[in-house]
Design a protein around this ligand. Structure first.
Ligand SMILES: Nc1nc2c(ncn2[C@@H]2O[C@H](COP(=O)(O)OP(=O)(O)O)[C@@H](O)[C@H]2O)c(=O)[nH]1
Ligand SMILES: [Mg+2]
Length: 358
């Protein structure tokens, strides 16, 4: 009898377990939502607080140009008078326009004979400074330093070909201006690439600044209009407008950009106060051609010279400024926030040719 009871109990338990498992097995599987994710390139690490000074960052960034071009000229003179052909070749590899190369060669021939390396460096420095200084005086200081007493909305339109560094530069700039206490808004007008807007959003979130974005493929000038309108009505100090760098043809791109510029001026006749062209130093001579085209369409107020760390062509700035008569506003020598600074002509030239910087 006892055995029968135990067997009966076990049977009952087995039946309960069976039904519980059956019910569980019938439960609907959880549905995992398949969201389309746009790949965003991870942003470079922001190294804060700055351990490396700007002087050292610049020196490191311009090392290739100094070593392979500008410092080399002095070295060649210090080991006897070099052939001018040799110097000419070096200058052409650095993408210096023909007219300037010939002028510099004539100066070296006339004044360089028998001089030591540091005297040649000074001579090259003086030559470049004479070419650039009169134009560099035109930089507006408030492009980089926030003056709260101004109480004015400053609109910057950032243009340039794809990959030149527009979005990254806006991210760096927004971070810097915000850290000075400025109220900053950014307009994501590269509506042709979803990833570009996402990339800018990451920068803006990180900097803690506001961003206006529209649906993919929206009219870029519409986004610019909305951003500038918000900037003026809500008293932002800086309004930074990112733009697209590639359309089907150059003419399309220029038409789109001139339209974007025009709609901003409908909100405020002064806007945009700055039209800044981002130029990648690696593109050298090509950079000058690009700059001429953008200048013709948009009347540039400044140039942001990026990626000077990646090539021996950082000296091509002299040809660009000399030809275009547009100053270089900022210089970029790397991917982090601290690698972008206001362009200081003396510091840049001395670092480039290898003269001691005091
Ligand atoms: N080495 C170096 N890379 C840079 C510099 N500025 C931008 N970049 C990089 O260049 C790439 C293209 O930049 P992006 O801002 O997307 O270009 P955009 O298409 O003009 O918006 C990114 O990988 C940036 O991190 C710089 O000064 N130095
Ligand atoms: Mg971009």
């Amino acid at each position: 009898m006892e055995n029968l009871l135990i067997i009966g109990g076990l049977l009952l338990l087995a039946i309960i377990v069976f039904f519980v498992f059956k019910k569980k097995a019938k439960l609907p599987k959880p549905v995992i939502e398949q969201k389309e994710i746009t790949p965003v390139k991870p942003l470079p690490e922001v190294v804060l607080p700055t351990k490396v000074s700007w002087k050292d960052r610049l020196s490191l960034g311009l090392e290739k140009s100094r070593f392979e071009v500008w410092g080399k000229i002095g070295q060649l003179f210090s080991s006897g008078t070099p052939s001018l052909d040799e110097i000419e070749e070096i200058l052409y590899t650095a993408d210096i326009p023909t007219g300037l190369v010939q002028e510099l060669l004539a100066k070296l021939e006339k004044e360089g004979k028998g001089k030591a390396a540091d005297e040649i460096q000074k001579l090259v420095y003086g030559f470049m400074k004479d070419k650039m200084a009169p134009i560099q005086h035109n930089i507006h200081q408030d492009v980089f330093t926030f003056d709260s007493s101004l109480k004015k909305t400053r609109v910057f339109m950032i243009v340039g070909v794809n990959g030149a560094g527009k979005t990254t530069t806006i991210g760096k700039l927004a971070t810097k201006l915000k850290s000075q206490g400025a109220k900053v808004i950014v307009g994501a007008c590269d509506t042709f690439r979803a990833a570009a807007v996402d990339q800018l959003q990451v920068w803006c979130d990180r900097a803690g600044v506001d961003m206006v974005r529209a649906k993919d493929g929206a009219d870029p000038s519409g986004v610019a209009y909305d951003t500038v309108a918000k900037a003026f009505s809500e008293g932002y100090d800086y309004c930074l407008i990112d733009t697209a760098g590639r359309l089907h043809t150059n003419q399309n791109l220029m038409d789109e950009l001139t339209k974007t510029k025009r709609v901003m001026s409908k909100i405020n006749a002064e806007a945009p106060q700055e039209v800044l062209l981002v130029l990648d130093a690696i593109t050298g001579q090509n950079a000058l051609k690009q700059a001429q085209e953008f200048n013709k369409a948009l009347q540039l107020t400044g140039i942001i010279f990026t990626k000077c760390d990646g090539s021996a062509k950082a000296g091509s700035a002299v040809g660009i400024v000399d030809h275009l008569k547009v100053p270089i506003t900022y210089i970029g020598v790397g991917e982090s926030v601290d690698d972008l600074q206001l362009f200081d002509l003396e510091l840049y030239l001395k670092t480039l040719v290898g003269l001691d910087v005091v």
